[in-house]
Design a protein around this ligand. Structure first.
Ligand code: NAG
Ligand code: NAG
Ligand code: NAG
Ligand code: NAG
Ligand code: NAG
Ligand code: NAG
Length: 463
């Protein structure tokens, strides 16, 4: 018998046995088990609370001192479990991201869109961690965790900390590329009305997921002053030079959750084209925009049945920038609806290396969304509405702010020279020019988690 064949056979048999024995429904990778359920019931009685210091105070509060301890979240139990969790969660992140993308498409007809599915997921998960009873059940459902059996006990509940830890693993994979300049920067703030008490354990759970995390008290009864204070507080942290985006704060707000994510892509070996280049915002409107160009070997596919092309641009070891363009006079609409029907990594399949000269617009896109408003558009305003049970965030009756901005910033600076080796293939490179509306996505390479998804209809509009 051919030894190669018998070896193959052996491995196949073994893997079948292993799979049979360890199969657990992915839901149970995140749910509580019986023993931790009981402990949980006993714990909820004794939530420790604290009042955040004023946003105007210059001191570093004691409750913030050990927030930097990133190990607080715990560690993943094993690599297999970690990978199973990543693989399941990335699809839930994709589905939620696409629901919001769909809602944004309705409100921002024809405009630029940029959102971070992982950050959105994390924000809603933060509220899940702070929710009880029906609110927790509704949020769990919205996050995509539907219990496989109808058991009403707590094993049908998802342990938010496990989910948070898995999202953190995705972030860590992104950051493990060792770039000197961080690609992503995350800032999260909980702003509460004066004398509203916040749960200490909740704040400790959320803090390790952001590069910067703050809890501060703000008087919302003067909305414009509150907005000013928040804007200057965030600017003082120097994570993102954003435009002022907080408007129309409801004076009855008692809690405002604000998160920022900034992404900077450096495409290796790219150079700026001297002349401004044409970009067609629609079939009859042409504008002139600055563009960058890079020649090298890229993973590429052109699908002439679905009428789009995909090019994958590595921006760091574990970060993939994917650019999707309609071909054959197709438009974005069709590609967008395809995307929501298919699992997240469809765009990454069946690519092959091609020698390409890629030209694309220089981009600085900043976007800000009000999560409450989007939920209202999705007929889900009750999810975080006045009746929501958020007793694990605070013992006060919370009014979650009308405005929860979640800006995402994309800036492709294209300066560093890295590992994209130019090959002398002796043939002329295929020219790919992004000179009409296109989609872009950023993936973490190992988990295929979608970190950013966006649509560029006009590269000159940053908002
Ligand atoms: C239940 O979960 C806890 C925490 O995740 C873990 O420490 C414990 O070993 C688990 N118990 C069983 C019986 O699996
Ligand atoms: C929870 O509290 C009950 C009643 O106080 C006690 O009998 C039980 O042992 C506790 N369970 C755990 C896991 O601590
Ligand atoms: C919210 O949930 C807590 C914890 O289960 C419960 O004690 C409280 O009665 C609930 N509040 C409302 C208004 O339903
Ligand atoms: C792709 O484009 C071709 C040519 O314009 C068209 O005949 C075909 O219907 C398009 N396919 C899809 C799926 O839209
Ligand atoms: C929300 O509800 C309205 C009225 O019932 C309905 O017209 C609309 O289609 C719903 N929107 C969504 C996104 O379900
Ligand atoms: C919260 O609202 C409930 C019912 O509306 C009320 O009974 C309770 O006293 C309120 N709690 C606080 C701290 O205001």
């Amino acid at each position: 018998m051919n030894p190669g064949v018998s070896l193959l056979c052996f491995f196949l048999c073994l893997s079948t046995i292993v799979c049979d024995r360890v199969y657990v429904h992915p839901f149970h990778l995140f749910s509580y088990n019986k023993s931790s359920c009981e402990k949980l019931d006993n714990l909820t009685q004794e939530e420790k609370m604290f009042v955040p210091i004023s946003i105007e105070s210059q001191t570093i509060p004691a409750y913030e001192e050990n927030l930097k301890d990133k190990t607080k979240l715990g560690t993943q139990s094993s690599d297999t479990k970690r990978d199973q969790r990543l693989s399941y969660l990335k699809d839930l992140v994709h589905v939620l991201g696409m629901r919001f993308y769909g809602a944004l498409k309705e409100t921002l007809k024809g405009e630029n869109i940029l959102l971070s599915p992982t950050n959105l997921y994390r924000s809603l998960l933060s509220f899940y961690l702070g929710a009880s009873e029906q609110t927790a059940a509704d949020l769990q459902n919205f996050l995509g965790f539907v219990p496989p059996s109808g058991d009403p006990d707590c094993t049908s509940k998802v342990d938010g900390h496990k989910v948070l830890l898995t999202l953190k693993t995705m972030d860590d994979l992104l950051l493990s590329s060792g770039a000197d300049d961080p690609l992503f920067t995350k800032l999260s703030c909980l702003f509460s009305a004066p004398s509203v008490r916040l749960s200490e354990s909740l704040v400790h759970s959320l803090a390790p997921s952001a590069d910067y995390f703050y809890a501060r008290a703000v008087d919302f009864t003067n909305p414009s002053q509150a907005a000013e204070l928040i804007e200057s507080f965030v600017k003082g942290k120097d994570v993102s030079r954003t435009q002022n985006v907080l408007t129309n704060i409801d004076p009855s707000t008692t809690l405002l959750f604000v998160t920022y994510i900034q992404f900077k892509a450096n495409v290796k070996k790219a150079s700026q084209l001297k002349e401004l280049q044409e970009f067609w915002t629609d079939s009859s409107t042409k504008i002139l925009v600055p563009m960058l160009s890079v020649t090298g070997t890229f993973q590429y596919k052109r699908d002439d049945s679905k009428n789009f092309s995909v090019i994958k641009v590595p921006v760091s070891e574990n970060t993939l920038l994917v650019l999707v363009q309609p071909v054959n006079s197709n438009d974005l609409n069709q590609i967008e609806s395809e995307l929501s029907l298919h699992p997240s990594s469809t765009w990454l399949q069946n690519l092959s290396p091609r020698h390409i000269k890629l030209s694309l617009p220089e981009l600085t896109i900043q976007s800000a969304y009000d999560l409450q408003e989007l939920l209202t558009n999705m007929n889900l305003s009750a999810l975080l509405g006045k009746k929501a049970n958020l007793t694990k965030i605070s013992d006060a009756n919370l009014t979650v702010g009308k405005v929860q901005y979640m800006p995402a910033i994309l800036r492709n600076t294209f300066t560093h020279v890295f590992y994209l080796l130019e090959e002398n293939e002796g043939s002329l490179p295929l020219e790919v020019t992004l000179n009409k509306p296109f989609l872009l996505a950023v993936y973490e390479k190992n988990s295929k988690a979608m970190v950013l998804i966006g649509r560029v209809t006009n590269p000159l509009n940053s908002f």
